[in-house]
Design a protein around this ligand. Structure first.
Ligand code: SF4
Ligand code: SF4
Length: 318
């Protein structure tokens, strides 16, 4: 696995392991089982994990780290929706405690669906992250977002070291702009010296049938040298590592992982049309229909962010 020089002695794997799908928002793997998948990735040279406070996957990562006895470092990026200093303090403490580490490599403002005033609105949270960086308990500060203007704005923010934008060949999930706008914003960040890694390059499963093409596109974007991919099984790890390494991919594994994990979001009859979930979809994929909430499948990237906010447990991903 190729390692990318991110400065300050960091060498991160070109493939970043996205753990969202293994957590309770999606596949809900037992932490011990999740750790086994992570360890397989570590053995294959993947040393970069992307998680978030809301993904509830710190236990999975902790179990993998506890069993990883090699000297190679494992870099962990997390994120928090915290707006205030106090909430970010709690988020950082939670990550340190549950991961069993004395520092977090990257802590992002988790800001999928925000406007360019995010750096003012979340000033308290950002100030606290800056203090943490000064104290060495957060090494780098980042922002993860689906918004093209926010990525462009991040290029001008001196406090932001790392940017984690959504980008894929179909432009799925990009807010306030299209693929071209996001490409330009990413290039602007690169020129400003930010480190960037890409999310949702398979479009939430839409491009699983042509992973090579999807990956080729992501790697061609100026400024993207690391790509995050969600995985829940050793077979997916094997296929993706082989793809990244430019090696022959096992056909049987390719077929087994090309669509088997694809799901759809369903709104059950339990829905009372309260509208709560609409506020939590970063892609404006939900709206109120005649008798229940409806999903726009063209916009839904199966992130699972909406489901925990439904008071009726009416949102299922199957
Ligand atoms: S509808 Fe739910 S799963 Fe689909 S993009 Fe929106 S938040 Fe994510
Ligand atoms: S939060 Fe649940 S009950 Fe409310 S509109 Fe969404 S799916 Fe329906």
């Amino acid at each position: 696995m190729r390692l990318i020089d991110w400065g300050d002695g960091w060498h991160v794997s070109e493939l970043c392991f996205g753990v969202l799908p293994m957590g309770p928002l999606q596949k809900d793997l037992d932490p011990k089982r999740g750790a086994e998948v992570l360890l397989e990735a570590f053995r294959r040279g993947v040393n970069f994990i992307d998680t978030a406070q809301s993904y509830k996957t710190y236990p999975h990562i902790r179990k993998a780290l506890d069993r990883w006895d090699e000297d190679e470092p494992i870099y962990i990026a997390s994120k928090s929706n915290a707006q205030t200093r106090e909430d970010m303090r709690l988020a950082v403490d939670e990550a340190l405690d549950q991961l069993g580490r004395d520092h977090i490599d990257i802590m992002h403002l988790h800001a999928a669906r925000v406007d360019v005033d995010v750096f003012d609105v979340r000033k308290g949270a950002l100030d606290y992250l800056r203090e943490c960086r000064d104290r060495g308990i957060v090494k780098r500060i980042g922002i993860s977002t689906h918004s093209a203007p926010v990525v462009a704005r991040a290029a001008e923010e001196t406090d932001i070291d790392v940017v984690y934008p959504i980008i894929n060949r179909g432009g799925l999930g990009i807010l306030s702009g299209d693929r071209s706008d996001m490409e330009q914003a990413i290039a602007k960040c690169r020129r400003a010296g930010k480190k960037l890694y890409a999310m949702k390059v398979y479009g939430g499963g839409s491009f699983l049938g042509d992973r090579r093409g999807a990956l080729e596109y992501a790697r061609s974007v100026e400024g993207i040298d690391v790509v995050s991919i969600g995985m829940v099984h050793e077979d997916e790890v094997a296929v993706n590592v082989d793809l990244f390494n430019g090696e022959e991919v096992d056909e049987a594994l390719w077929d087994a992982t090309a669509g088997g994990e694809r799901k759809k979001l369903h709104i059950l009859w339990l829905c009372t049309s309260c509208g709560t979930c609409l506020e939590h979809c970063p892609n404006e994929a939900l709206s109120l229909g005649d008798d229940r909430c409806v999903v726009d499948r063209e916009r839904c990237i199966l992130c699972g962010y909406c489901a925990p906010h439904c008071p009726e447990f009416a949102i299922r991903m199957v």
